[in-house]
Design a binder for this molecule. Structure first.
Ligand SMILES: Cc1cc2nc3c(=O)[nH]c(=O)nc-3n(C[C@H](O)[C@H](O)[C@H](O)COP(=O)(O)OP(=O)(O)OC[C@H]3O[C@@H](n4cnc5c(N)ncnc54)[C@H](O)[C@@H]3O)c2cc1C
Length: 382
């Protein structure tokens, strides 16, 4: 038997859930198909940093809009998702790095953005009292922060369900076809139909795009994380560093979470990501260089999570240029968690109204689709 809906979402990560929630709140009958289980991949592996700091110009407007939503996230999903506006701090270790950061922040402020400010050595030590003595200052985004990825998943899942979204776990989409305006979706033996489709399939979204006739080249990231034993409170902001692959923060529970983009090994066919201990040791070394006091902490767990990466490191959020009724929502390249609340609304706007008031022009999929066929009807909506 074929199940019908107004919209089908492929992928049960945070972006699929957020899109499903917004479409359901606009009155649609929404079906979400997840091949494994909700949050199985990137969304369940995330460090959940909520960062506007250092965003590329193409992502900055939607990132700033998302940040406003994070400050009122309970209004959206009935829970604060563990969000704490403890700030994000990028540290300079040399005078040259500090000058480079100052020049970037000056340019940023001249363009009218106020989310970043330069901090000198004294304020750096107020923000991060145990930071290594050689660190000179940095750039601070005060309204940024971090959330709890599992609470966020639970809150979006609960909200989506109470808005009426039907969720099918263990439903991996295997083929797509179109009959008139209707998408025909197969997940093994099961069949589904809907006029609207969202491709939020994370690391596998390029394959879903190809099934729909869109050739969007993407790579894969398998970023790794370390979590340590609990220690007494030592740090509030999330800290990164110029010239090092490092993201360092203390959770509310007291553990230290260390990431920054060192890559593990992955196998897309087996849907697996494994830790590469040699590469992960570099993250640990970077953490010790900035915070020598953590050198003797015990590591409790390490992991790696899979997601799609684009050539320009900018997310993809936009309608298919070749087929109507299809929204691509993937390619978050290691920084998609923060964008979740805003891109759900963008998805509903684009699919239902053909346009959105959010500035997502730089996220259009066709920027990466060389020679892609363009549907003349859709060109008008852009
Ligand atoms: C270690 C790590 C740390 C990170 N830290 C941060 C951070 O600090 N800040 C930040 O902003 N971002 C961070 N990110 C990135 C962020 O977590 C992701 O961008 C975001 O979670 C992506 O969500 P998603 O819903 O697009 O993808 P996913 O959560 O990967 O969801 C995609 C889902 O699609 C499903 N799927 C795939 N193929 C099919 C199919 N054929 N049929 C049905 N379902 C399918 C998958 O099973 C998966 O559950 C981090 C990522 C990792 C891995």
């Amino acid at each position: 038997m074929t199940e019908t809906a107004d919209a089908i979402i492929i992928g049960g990560g945070l972006h699929g859930l957020s899109a499903a929630l917004q479409l359901a709140r606009r009155g649609l009958n929404v079906l979400l198909l997840e091949r494994a289980r909700i949050g199985r991949h990137s969304s369940g592996a995330s460090a959940a940093g909520v960062r506007t700091l250092g965003r590329a110009p193409a992502e900055l407007p939607i990132s700033l809009a998302a940040m406003e939503m994070w400050h009122n996230i309970a209004d959206l999903v009935g829970d604060d998702c563990g969000f704490q506006a403890t700030g994000q701090l990028r540290v300079a270790e040399t005078q040259a790095q500090l000058e480079q950061l100052s020049a970037q922040v000056t340019q940023h402020q001249l363009r009218g953005y106020t989310n970043e400010e330069i901090v000198g050595a004294a304020e750096l030590r107020e923000l991060a009292p145990t930071i290594a003595p050689h660190c000179l200052g940095g750039v601070f985004a005060r309204r940024d922060g971090a959330a709890d990825p599992h609470r966020t998943l639970a809150a979006f899942l609960r909200s989506a369900r109470s808005a009426g979204v039907q969720i099918r776990e263990g439903a991996g989409v295997t083929s797509l076809a179109k009959r008139g305006d209707i998408w025909l979706v197969a997940a093994g033996e099961d069949r589904f139909e809907a006029p609207l489709l969202v491709n939020a399939a994370g690391a596998w979204a390029g394959q879903i795009a190809a099934m729909a006739g869109d050739d969007i080249p993407i790579g894969t990231k398998a970023s790794m994380m370390i979590v340590t034993e609990r220690i007494a409170p030592m740090l509030k902001p999330t800290v990164s560093a110029v010239g090092r692959m490092l993201s360092f923060k203390q959770t509310l529970q007291g553990t230290i979470l260390i990431g920054g983009g060192q890559q593990g090994r992955f196998d897309l066919v087996r849907e697996s990501a494994d830790v590469d201990a040699r590469a992960l040791a570099k993250s640990a070394a970077a953490a010790v260089a900035l915070f020598p006091g953590v050198e003797r902490l015990r590591i409790v767990r390490t992991w790696s999570g899979l997601e799609a990466a684009t050539q320009d490191h900018i997310a993809i959020a936009g309608l298919s240029p070749s087929t109507s009724g299809l929204m691509h929502l993937f390619g978050f390249t290691g920084h998609g968690f923060q964008l979740v609340p805003a891109l759900g609304i963008v998805t509903a706007d684009m699919l239902l109204d053909g346009a959105t008031c959010f500035d997502v022009a730089g996220l259009r999929p066709d920027r990466l689709m060389h020679g892609a066929a363009r549907d003349p009807l859709l060109a008008k909506q852009a």
